[in-house]
Design a protein around this ligand. Sequence first.
Ligand code: ADP
Ligand code: MG
Length: 789
Amino acid sequence: MSLDKAGGRFCSGKRTSLPAQRPFPVIQKVVASMAHLQEEKLRLQEELLALQDKLAARESEEIAVSIQLRGQVENLKANLREQAQEIGRLRSELGGTDAEKHRDLLVAENERLRQEMKAREGELRELRRQQAACRDCTHLQENAGLQERLCQLQREAEEARAKLAELELEVQQKTNRLAEVELRLKDSLAERAQEEERLSRRLRDSQETIASLRAQPQQIKYIIKTVEVESAKAKQTLCESQSRNQYLQEQVGMQRQVLKEMEQQLQSSQKTAAQLRAQIAMYESELERAHGQMLEEMQVMEDEKNRAIEEAFSRAQVEMKAVHENLAGVRTNLLTLQPALRTLTHDYNSLKRQVRDFPLLLQETLRSARAEIGQAIEEVNSTNRELLRKYRRELQLRKKCHNELVRLKGNIRVFGRVRPITKEDGEGPEAVSAVTFDADDDAVLHLLHKGKQVSFELDKVFPPQASQEEVFQEVQALVTSCIDGYNVCIFAYGQTGAGKTYTMEGTSTNPGINQRALQLLFSEVRSKAADWDYAISVSVAEIYNEALRDLLGKEPQEKLEIKLCPDGSGQLYVPGLTEFSVQSVEDINKVFEFGHVNRVTECTNLNEHSSRSHALLIVTVRGLDRSTGLRTTGKLNLVDLAGSERVGRSGAEGSRLREAQYINRSLSALGDVIYALRSRQGHVPFRNSKLTYLLQDSLSGDSKTLMMVQVSPAEKNSSETLCSLKFAERVRSVELGPVSRKAELVSWPSQEQLEGDLPGSSSRGHASPSPGLPSGRSTSIRRKLQTSA
Ligand code: ADP
Ligand code: MG
């Protein structure tokens, strides 16, 4: 314990001298094991105390019980003594019988048993003493069991003793009764003897009297009489005496009978006593055996206890030894650790100093780092600014180059598309194609008109077999330039049934330019989404008889006006024209569907109506470059023009004539505008038609225009085809004309004039002043430009 305490002190001393975060594991282990031992010891002591308490209680109980038992035994002894005295007395009174002898034997036996009981009590005391010596024994429970068994045996012995006492009492009672009976018998015998004596005396007296009377006869007579009389009395008395004697003899016989019975009872009592003795002997042997067993067990317990104590002691010794050794090890460790501790303390102090100085150092470093970072940011910013400046310059340069390229290629491009022969074209010679193509040049086509072959050169010619996809591939560059902020117009021009709607709208399974263009815009916008934010919106409108109508509006029949922006920018806008924001192909389909429905409900014959009106799909693409803040707005105008066939010529009247006049005028106005633009005239007559006025922004400046001239290959349509191709060639040929001044003087031929200007045809109407160059020449100029570029 002292070592334990010393260990504890040692450990606590260490704790104060060393930093808490650097413990010595060996010391900790030793201290822990010491504490554990101490706890164990305390626990054992507590257990021992509890056991001692229990044992004391049990002992006091036992003492009380034994006192009680002793009292009972004393009582029994007194009873026995009394009985013995009583029996002695009776014996002296009655004289010895067999029963008395038996009783004497019993009494002697009783005395012997008493002696033995005394001896057992002595043994019991001895046992208790031994038990008291074995207080620490761990097998007290078994001991208690044995004691209980002993108590039970004692109880049984007591019961047997009580039974014996009962029997003795009975014997006593019977002996008393017997003595009484004998006494009475004696009395009656004495009485009888007295009576007999008295009677014999009287008899003698009477005989003497008789003898004296015989001697005196008179007297004797009388006397005899008297004697007789007296003798009868005596006889009666005698009889009575005799009967009484008999009765007494009967009584004696009866008493003898009773005595016999009592002797039998005494014998059975003796038998019972023998049995009881045997039982007592058995109990005693059991008691002895239990006692022997208890002694053995106590011995075993004693041995175990000693062994356990020895083991605990040796274990404690071993542990103590180990603790000592550990302690010694710890001491040596401590000695070796002290220098390390010194260095550690030194290190710790230096670290503490460093920690103290750290905030200052940190502040200093942070200051310099901040300055460096600020400088770096400044540098990066200036580089950024420089880069941005360069980027903008490059952007402008690119735009300039693009514009230059477009200028060189021509802002207005003319494509021709020949549709295939269809069922509507009929059969036989009429259905034969009047159009042929040049295998080496995809910009040339030949038309057989009235037996003469006329050749036309356009920017590109699509033969009947050209797919929608192929057509769109030629168009898509224009569409994407809309994302860069350019305004684009794509017109489908041609007679009704030449394939304008097919090219622009297409079919649901094979869509035309409109849908493909929007799809392309969506995909382009998506690919640029990292840097740019784009918003795409669409409007669908129609121009019929010079009236502009909103096909997406709530009231499509309402005529819309084209107005100048009030901001003075010179821009035009259409108040009330609906603009739908679209984000997907599904949105476009919905918009087209809606526009189509509006167009259908507004007319009785759609085919007729659509061929007499211009259909416009206006797509606006607004972009924001997130890095530069640059904003762009591009407009893509996709126009399905009204049929270009010359109706007015055939003497149409009323509304048909009016329609034809409107169409003729607006198509001529479009031609005029394009011509004026291409020949760079000072004045461009945009206001001459609703269509050109609406598209003014998208036709002027660096806007791009594509005229898709649709033609039918059918022989019967050759005149209209010729007109359309002439229109196309003239649009195209007004190119980079050095004679712009001159060009300003001329005007675009009307549809009628176009027809009249047929090569080799009989001159009908006015001959055109032909501002354009012959096709051969225009080609040579284009080629020259291309080579020079
Ligand atoms: P328009 O709009 O000029 O009046 P449409 O586009 O309605 O003419 O075409 C008339 C018919 O010719 C339609 O049945 C159309 O499907 C068909 N058609 C036009 N162009 C082509 C083409 N390139 N390939 C196949 N069919 C065509
Ligand atoms: Mg059409």
